[in-house]
Design a protein around this ligand. Structure first.
Ligand code: TXA
Ligand code: MG
Length: 423
């Protein structure tokens, strides 16, 4: 049954490609002012003070109700949205992105009332979920819930028994869902396999002619996708399938504080760091496991400068590493993008005597991984657009937002080198 579903999705994608070749879509970009939107704590309907923003949101909502896709800003990354409860609308997401049909989508809601319309009637969220929702919704936290098959179509969850749901905090995203009055399925608004967009310009460059409307609400504040959490296991522990905008440390702090004195305080376990699961490894539900992810069009090399090398790997000196970059043809100039924290030792070891044009992209200070997170995808996409031949990116410590940063960097990099700084 599911293979028939996959076969139909592939046919639909081929048909959509053929149609968009014959009749290219004209992409409109409409500016929205997030500061003009307010939600009162009691009402789920937004107040939109700026008429241009209000018109843009109503045009987008109309398209969404007619099975079209709309790109909208969120606090994490830009999303490619469609009506989540309409199979034909959701299938447009897969064809626009070239997304494999077995990769499930996150459903975005604007209120807790909307959340409850999606859940099975007899389901009650655990105490841990209630705490996480109280502290991090609206925000960059996606939670898995049991799927109500009468409401949520199989295409959304790729036939999984759970559905991933989040309430975004970006005023434009939340207002769009509220005005359309439907939950929105939305993956990151990029061609599958590419870095996620954090600005409307990134989306336009990638999806121009493939979507009708992009709402431009300025750069995404967090710059990395939401944290995906599975708290449905019988042991009550919280499993992080994808680290993201809400950090493990932030979740641990609120769980510890609110469950102080309780007999069973759930542990927060990070996939691949604290647990592995064969079933998860086999499916694409742990984001980025099965498919290529976050890759610009040029090769990315990870420079490891703080972690221990594996036993069979000998670190090389920075001097030796840099001299290999254009060793094949030293007289032909190459352009190399370098991404590292602004206070990294790397900058003083980049040689100036080779035929290499360096394109530096500074990622904030070492002690401030939230800035690195905000700039990571922008850096990869900006350097790619500048036409570099390769990108080098330095490792950062896997703490706080650094955990999510390194999760993305490892998937973007085709290759890792362990470096020791020397003259
Ligand atoms: O911040 C975000 O999460 C952004 C914005 C637009 O909200 N969205 C996003 O979506 O990153 P996407 O599709 O690029 O990544 C969502 C990931 C998928 O890779 C999928 O594997 C996982 O969430 N996911 C979705 N439903 C799931 C489910 N039922 N079980 C396990 N993982 C699921
Ligand atoms: Mg994505």
């Amino acid at each position: 049954m599911f293979s028939l579903f996959i076969f139909m999705s592939i046919l639909r994608q081929l048909y959509a490609r053929y149609m968009s070749f014959l009749f290219p879509t004209k992409t409109r970009l409409l500016k929205c002012d997030p500061a003009s939107i307010t939600f009162s704590p009691t009402a789920d309907t937004p107040l939109i003070a700026d008429p241009t923003t209000s018109d843009a949101l109503h045009s987008a909502a109309r398209l969404l109700r007619h099975q079209k896709t709309v790109v909208f800003p969120t606090e994490t990354v830009y999303g490619l949205g469609a009506h989540a409860l309409d199979t034909a609308a959701a299938s447009n997401i897969f064809s626009t992105k070239g997304r494999p049909p077995d990769n499930p989508l996150i459903v975005h809601v604007s209120s807790l009332v909307m959340l409850h319309t999606l859940l099975p009637p007899d389901y009650a969220p655990s105490l841990a979920y209630r705490i996480l929702i109280k502290h991090f919704w609206p925000g960059a936290l996606t939670l898995l819930f049991p799927r109500n098959p009468d409401i949520v179509p199989a295409i959304i969850t790729a036939n999984q028994p759970s559905v991933a749901i989040r309430m975004p905090s970006h005023p434009v995203a939340r207002a769009l869902i509220a005005v359309a009055n439907v939950p929105l399925a939305a993956p990151s608004a990029n061609t599958s396999g590419r870095p996620s967009p954090t600005r409307a310009e990134h989306v336009l460059r990638d999806l121009d002619g493939k979507v009708e409307l992009i709402l431009d609400g300025g750069p995404s504040g967090l710059g990395l996708e939401s944290t995906v959490v599975d708290g449905l296991w019988e042991d009550g522990n919280i499993r992080v399938l994808r680290p993201g905008g809400v950090t493990v440390e932030q979740m641990e702090a609120v769980i510890r504080k609110e469950m102080h004195g309780s007999d069973h305080i759930p542990s927060i376990l990070v996939h691949r760091r604290d647990f592995r699961d064969d079933a998860i490894e086999e499916t694409p539900t742990t984001p980025g496991m099965k498919y290529r992810h976050y890759s610009p069009s040029v090769p990315v090399t990870l420079l490891c400068t703080c972690s221990k090398p594996p036993i069979n790997v000998t670190p090389v000196s920075s001097h030796a590493f840099f001299s290999t970059l254009n060793s094949a043809n030293p007289s032909v100039p190459i352009k190399v993008g370098v991404m590292a924290p602004e206070d990294s030792d790397l900058w003083s070891h980049v040689p100036t005597d080779q035929h290499i044009q360096w394109r530096p992209y500074r990622l904030g200070k070492k002690a401030d991984p939230s800035t690195t997170a905000r700039l990571l995808f922008d850096g990869l996409l900006t350097l790619d657009m500048e036409g570099v031949d390769m990108i080098l990116i330095e490792e950062i410590a896997e703490e706080r937002e650094g955990l999510a940063v390194m999760n993305r960097v490892r998937k973007a990099a085709g290759d890792s080198k362990w470096i020791i700084y020397n003259g």
